[in-house]
Design a protein around this ligand. Structure first.
Ligand SMILES: [Zn+2]
Length: 335
């Protein structure tokens, strides 16, 4: 049995943040909110959101220790949390609200990944893992704020959306070969996000709502599948492997984008050329050099990616070093 929980309200557009107080009121969220942001996102939007709700904003440092926030929520009898920021802030708000059993509102200040609307939280440990928490009840994506974020973040978000392409191919494969559950609707929705970003690559830079909507739809696909399957396959395993072995990994979506080029090639699909071209148009990295990662880590990541989680993908039982080199060279990721 699946338990599908979707956001109740999604507000996307210029100045969307101004709607926050009204949206909270509409949904019966009134007393004792907590606004969480970090130093940077506090200036960009956290301060404004807190002002609109007439409360102080809590400024956090990235950490996996949530005990201070959890104590504060209990002590102050907080009723709902608004996470205003990028991945770390959104994840902290999502996870602490889940543990405290109170609603969470997602207010992204950039469009760098699909965690904006998904129920999943990435926790960094020995192996990076994603834990199921709950979906936000509200997503407020202010495109005026998001377009001011560094372009690198937007390009990374597009990489994360495009990576749905191989995630869905891997999901189909696992269904055919291992009898794994496969949801047509979630798969189609996820694939559509990837295709729209690829087709509209030229327009994305001037209209960030394309990327924002693709990432929100990806989060909804995850909600419907009740699993990250529609948006996370072999290309994500490759990115997780880089996070573990690289001294200085690149951004999540940047690594997933490069992973998608190679995994599409491995699927025997000439779409990898279109994927690479779209990433280039978006200004996202397509090579090891552009990722700022040495070739040796790319090869190593390709050979260990299959060990990172129990998820069947095109990587099967793993790639040999020789195969890894061939794939990375043929796709121009390494020269
Ligand atoms: Zn992702």
């Amino acid at each position: 049995m699946k338990n599908i929980e979707l956001p109740r309200r999604v507000v996307v557009g210029d100045d969307a943040v101004k709607q926050v107080a009204e949206v909270c009121k509409d949904l019966g969220l009134k007393k004792n909110p907590l606004v969480i942001s970090d130093t940077q996102t506090h200036k960009v939007a956290g301060k404004k959101v807190a002002g609109l709700l007439g409360v102080e904003s809590m400024i956090i440092e990235p950490s996996n220790d949530f005990s201070g926030i959890l104590d504060y929520i209990k002590k102050k009898k907080i009723n709902f949390i608004l996470g205003v920021g990028g991945g770390k802030v959104i994840d902290t708000a999502k996870y602490t609200s889940f543990l405290s059993e109170i609603p969470f509102l997602s207010i992204p200040t950039s469009a760098a990944h699909d965690g904006i609307a998904s129920p999943l939280v990435s926790l960094k440990g020995e192996k990076p893992i994603s834990v199921k928490a709950r979906s936000p009840v509200v997503v407020v994506a202010d495109t005026r704020i998001i377009k001011k974020a560094p372009h690198r973040l937007l390009a990374s978000g597009c990489g994360d959306a495009i990576s749905n392409y191989t995630a869905v191919l891997d999901w189909e494969l696992a269904h055919k070969e291992k009898g794994e559950y496969y949801g047509d609707y979630a798969a189609a929705l996820s694939m559509m996000s990837a295709q729209i970003v690829m087709c509209c690559a030229e327009k994305v830079n001037s209209d960030v709502s394309i990327a924002v909507e693709a990432l929100i739809s990806s989060g909804v696909a995850i909600c419907i599948a009740d699993s990250s399957r529609p948006c996370s396959g072999s290309e994500h395993l490759f990115s997780h492997a880089l996070d573990i072995i690289c001294p200085n990994p690149a951004l999540h979506g940047e690594q997933c984008g490069v992973g998608t080029i190679m995994m599409a090639y491995l699927h025997g699909d000439d779409k990898w050329l279109k994927i690479r071209e779209s990433l280039k148009t978006l200004g996202a990295p397509t090579t090891a050099e552009e990722l700022g990662i040495e070739d040796k880590y790319i090869i190593k990541a390709l050979t260990i990616a299959h060990t990172l989680r129990d998820r069947y993908t095109i990587l099967g039982d793993g790639l040999s070093r020789k195969d890894a080199v061939e794939i990375a060279k043929s796709t121009g990721v390494i020269s």
